[in-house]
Write a protein of this length. Structure first.
Length: 274
């Protein structure tokens, strides 16, 4: 036990001062429409996932981030916007198979009401599989100062009503928001905070810091939008950065090694006592 405590004390500076990073990807649909830039075919999507894993990155979930279980700099969070039914084309065949737990940013107005959208039962199933549900506005409108000034009721619906709907469907508190079109204003952030959201994502490029409170602005977290044209740039950046981050999750591995060593020590003592 004494050895274990000494090991934790030696690790304390690493735990307190190590700052990780997460590269957040934003996908939309998986319909295999060759002329739609934001649409990624299921086979392309699987290739993206394999390419990311092949250069040493690991996929993390929003729950991992909430619980401070993310260390190192080679981490990827996958998000999917809009709630299109084509999520079904990749969820079980790729995401569940790979153990990836995405964030699904949902606009409630279409769910279960139009043919191209998921249903509430789908959302509950994906949540049970480990996905996190987040708001993407109620009608997917520009939640900026112009909407706030022109139509206050619609502005409020995009924020307050979307959260209320998701809270009821999921049975959980909805904590994150993704700005439709990546557009927002200072007044948007004020009302997101008032509504009870903890953070929101734009389409500003960069890495999200972890622990999450290390970010300069929790209501302007970066995401990279994946399109047919943007993917080569994205994967090339990840490859370049992988060279700068040779060792992933070092602090996490040290903790695992320490716990494992302590467990082995206890097992040896028990055998001696017997």
């Amino acid at each position: 036990m004494f050895r274990f405590l000494i090991s934790l004390l030696l690790l304390l500076p690493v735990l307190l001062f190590s700052q990780g990073e997460v590269f957040v990807l934003c996908y939309h649909t998986f319909l295999d429409k060759k002329k739609v830039d934001t649409d990624i075919s299921p086979s392309e999507f699987e290739r993206h996932i394999n390419e990311i894993e092949s250069i040493g990155y690991r996929f993390v979930s929003m729950e991992d981030i909430y619980l401070n279980r993310v260390y190192g700099k080679k981490n990827v969070l996958l998000t999917i916007d809009d709630g299109n039914h084509s999520v079904k084309n990749i969820y079980e065949s790729v995401l569940i198979k790979k153990g990836i737990k995405p964030v699904l940013f949902i606009s409630p107005a279409i769910i279960g009401k139009v043919k191209y959208a998921l249903k509430t039962d789908d959302l509950k199933y994906y949540q049970d599989c480990g996905a996190t549900l987040g708001s993407h506005g109620y009608y997917h409108m520009y939640v900026n100062e112009k909407l706030y000034n022109d139509d206050r009721a619609t502005f409020n619906r995009e924020i307050y009503n979307s959260k209320k709907w998701l809270d009821q469907v999921s049975g959980r508190e909805t904590r994150i928001y993704a700005y439709p079109f990546g557009v927002f204003s200072p007044v948007t952030k004020e009302h997101l905070i008032k509504a009870g959201f903890r953070a929101s994502f734009s389409l500003r490029r960069g890495y999200m810091k972890v622990p999450i409170y290390m970010n300069d602005d929790l209501f302007d977290l970066p995401r990279w939008m994946v399109t047919k044209r943007s993917w080569p740039e994205i994967i090339n950046k990840l490859k370049r950065d992988a060279g700068r981050f040779p060792e992933n999750n070092m602090a996490s591995q040290k903790i695992k090694n320490t716990l494992s060593a302590d467990k082995d020590s206890k097992n040896r003592k028990q055998k001696i006592q017997k």
